[in-house]
Design a binder for this molecule. Structure first.
Ligand code: UDP
Length: 366
């Protein structure tokens, strides 16, 4: 059979791209290394009847009305609003830092205006260079050294195995700081979880007569799927045979436990910035609202080797990425390839950003 497009990877990015091409009359072959679709947002119902996220917790959130409309073509969404607690100095406090956090950790009763002044004083009492170009300085410039040390420094060391000084300041953009008492992790106007799971959502994306799906096939081992266009969603450096060197990815050891208790912790996610080896514990029934006499929890231990989950925002990687991106641009302009998603664009995308990139890149060629 002849195909117009070969898509490498059946994750969110690849599946959205495949759908776009199929809906425009193209014959699309999707080749996936794993024996399941949905990539790193794969989920399944476990023996306790609880939907767990195979590769760690995924919460959908976006400010983009078009992306929100798009995903809801393929699944209904719950109205779940993500809330996280952080285990700091022996207490569970709301995170990201907001008025309640500051009042709890410092034993104060500040109003929102007073919190703003408090943070200003914290910053002034901190060691901050004139210009800041790393993650440590970017966080200290928001909350000062004391809160940085309480919530960010050690979590970041665990997560990235780097000193925060070696990481890009943009990373700080992921975690807001609030002077009000909004305890949500995300304040995006559109937020929720797909009611029947991410796997089902991706299956629905791929459910189109123009799409053929090949599971358990590593495209790198058998590249002879020829088509005028290849959409690549795997690791950027591997595609180019590591021509400019190896980009770093961060992986996780994921330890799932089903416990014979109805509830394990107070929130769906608890972060552990300073204590223990894990970064966070997720209790899935509190994400999904499922009921069960048991509960399934997940401990995350960051590690260097293994399935690539994260791109590492260091200077070396960012510079190496730029060199690969020149090659990407060349192939994309030629019209033979598209590179989409967290791994292929080497970008710390959230799910909505990956979808947006897939939609705009696919639409730019059809
Ligand atoms: N972070 C932190 N303390 C926390 C949570 C996050 O220092 O309690 C920092 C850390 O460097 C982390 C980054 O913020 O890697 C991004 O966190 P996010 O929760 O967005 O990570 P993800 O859910 O993508 O793993």
């Amino acid at each position: 059979m002849e195909f117009d497009v070969v898509v490498v990877g059946a994750g969110l990015s690849g599946s959205v791209a495949a759908r776009e091409f199929a809906e425009r009359g193209k014959r699309v072959l999707v080749v996936e290394r794993h024996r399941h679709v949905a990539g790193h947002c794969h989920d399944y119902r476990d023996d306790a009847g609880i939907t767990v996220h195979t590769y760690g917790p995924h919460i959908f959130h976006t400010v983009d009305a078009e992306v929100w409309r798009y995903v809801r073509r393929f699944s209904e969404f719950s109205s779940y609003q993500h809330r996280v607690l952080s285990y700091a100095d022996g207490n569970l406090v709301p995170f990201p830092i907001n008025r309640l956090t500051i009042n709890q950790v410092f034993g104060l009763a500040l109003s929102s205006e007073e919190v703003a002044a408090f943070l200003e004083a914290e910053r002034e009492a901190s060691d901050l260079p004139e210009t800041s170009a790393n993650y440590r300085d970017a966080v200290v410039a928001q909350v000062g050294e004391r809160l940085y040390a309480m919530f960010f420094r050690n979590y970041t060391r665990k997560q990235w195995n780097r000193e925060p000084e070696e990481l890009a300041p943009e990373l700080a953009g992921r975690i807001p700081v609030r002077t009000n008492a909004d305890t949500r992790y995300f304040v995006d106007p559109y937020q929720g979880l797909p009611l029947h799971g991410y796997t089902r959502l991706v299956e629905n994306l791929l459910d189109h007569p123009g799409i053929s799906l090949l599971l358990g096939a590593d495209w790198f081992e058998a590249k002879d799927f020829h088509a005028p266009l290849t959409v690549f969603t795997g690791e950027l450096d591997r595609f180019f045979d590591y021509r400019f060197g190896k980009l770093e990815y961060r992986s996780l050891s994921l330890d799932f436990r089903t416990l014979d208790v109805e509830s394990f912790q107070e929130a769906s996610v608890v972060n552990y910035p300073n204590d223990y080896e894990w970064t966070r514990i997720t209790e899935f029934k509190k994400l999904t609202g499922e009921r069960s006499p048991k509960t399934t929890i997940l401990y995350e231990y960051p590690k260097a080797e293994g399935e690539p989950y994260y791109v590492v925002p260091s200077k070396t990687n960012t510079e190496m990425r730029e060199r690969y991106m020149v090659e990407v641009k060349r192939l994309e302009e030629k019209g033979s390839h598209l590179f989409i998603g967290r791994l292929a664009e080497y970008k710390y995308y959230n799910m909505d950003q990956a979808i947006k990139s897939a939609l705009s890149k696919a639409r730019s060629v059809v």
